[in-house]
Every structure is written in structure tokens, then in C-alpha cells.
Write a protein that binds this ligand. Structure first.
Ligand code: ADP
Length: 188
């Protein structure tokens, strides 16, 4: 299964992603985790990325597309993967489409985790990551609305989008996710 996971910052994607990859045996490709690892290792890419991450802006498309392109070629991705935090812009989605078309490995589903904005603020303010300062949170939510939300329409038109309610307990939400994913497996 090749799946894209979309949702605003604070929606709980990371928590659900862990459960999804364990249940369906997928590689977990979190661009946020990759960029934080690059930043902490002080690589050139990491230093450049941090200039954007620290203020809640998106890292430039060319940087992130190159990272994903390389990652998708690794062995563990051949069994299927969950893309978490990528694509985040229409340009990234188009680049992904091109990569996957070239390999003849289309996406199976784009899963959206829906959480209202008031709830996101509450959750993010309690988390304490370096980019979880109120001003940076606000900027990340703006980036989501302006740059990432258009992807819902993009994937909706391709018939790939499935939306899941992200409110409730972790187990409630995962049951909804499983419903969607198990439904897909049956139709293959
Ligand atoms: P969250 O979804 O909680 O905002 P992530 O861990 O996914 O956090 O990402 C943290 C930061 O990493 C983002 O605010 C952004 O600066 C950068 N980033 C992650 N993925 C991408 C991407 N696909 N394109 C551009 N920037 C990205």
C-alpha cells in the first residue's frame, strides 16, 4: 500500500502513523522527522532547512523533493509506505506524481485527518517542541491553510481522498482509519 497522510499540525498524524505502519507493515516517511534529524546532525541541508522550520515556514520544494526522491528508492519502501508530511504543496504533489508515474507505482489513497483549529492550538501549545511557540504555531497553521489545504481538492479530483474525523481517543480514531484502509484492500 502506498499512502499519503495529510492533516494540519497537531492533528495527531504522528501517533496514528505509528499505528498504521505497524498494522500494515509500511515504511514511515516523515519529512518532519527527516528534517529534524538533518538539522540535529548539522548537515548542509539540515542547516538550510532549519532557517525555515524555526519560523514555521515550509522548507523550499526542491530540498524536500530531492530528499523524498532518494528515500523512495531505498529497499524498505518497496513493500509500501506512508508519506507523513509530504507532499505539502501542489508543486510537491506534482513532483511526486511524476516520480510515481515513472516507476508505475501509483498512490492507493490519500488520508486526511480532520481536526478543528481551536483544538489544534490546545494540543500544540501543550507539546513543547522547539517550533511549538505560539507565533510559530500560528505561522504553521497559516502555511497549512494556504499551501497544503489545496491538496485536498487536488487529490479529491483524482478520486484518492478519504477523510477521517480526528477527534476522540487514539483508538477511536485508529478504528476509523482502519475502516478506510481495510475497505481499500478489499477492492484491489
Ligand atoms: P507539523 O505537521 O507538526 O507542523 P512536521 O514535523 O511535519 O510538523 O514538520 C515540521 C516542519 O518541517 C514544518 O513546519 C516545515 O518547516 C518542515 N517540513 C516538513 N515537511 C515539509 C514539506 N513536505 N515541505 C516543506 N517543509 C516541510
Amino acid at each position: 500500500m502506498r499512502l499519503v497522510f495529510i492533516g494540519p499540525p497537531g492533528a495527531g498524524k504522528g501517533t496514528q502513523a505509528e499505528k498504521i505502519i505497524a498494522t500494515y507493515d509500511l515504511a514511515h516517511l516523515s519529512t518532519g522527522d527527516m528534517l529534524r534529524a538533518a538539522r540535529d546532525a548539522q548537515t548542509e541541508v539540515g542547516k538550510k532547512a532549519n532557517e525555515f522550520m524555526s519560523s514555521g515556514q515550509l522548507v523550499p520544494d526542491d530540498i524536500i523533493v530531492a530528499i523524498i526522491e532518494e528515500r523512495l528508492q531505498q529497499d524498505d519502501c518497496q513493500k509500501g509506505y506512508l508519506l507523513d508530511g509530504f507532499p505539502r504543496t501542489i508543486a510537491q504533489a506534482e513532483a511526486l506524481d511524476q516520480m510515481l508515474e515513472a516507476k508505475n507505482t501509483p498512490l492507493d489513497v490519500v488520508l486526511e485527518l480532520q481536526v478543528p483549529e481551536e483544538e489544534l492550538f490546545k494540543r500544540l501549545a501543550g507539546r513543547g517542541r522547539a517550533d511549538d511557540q505560539p507565533e510559530v504555531i500560528r505561522q504553521r497553521l497559516v502555511a497549512y491553510r494556504q499551501q497544503t489545504e489545496p491538496l485536498l481538492d487536488y487529490y479529491g479530483k483524482k478520486g484518492l481522498l478519504k477523510s477521517v474525523d480526528g477527534l476522540g481517543t487514539i483508538d477511536d480514531i485508529f478504528a476509523r482509519v482502519k475502516n478506510v484502509l481495510d475497505g481499500l484492500a478489499g477492492s484491489e
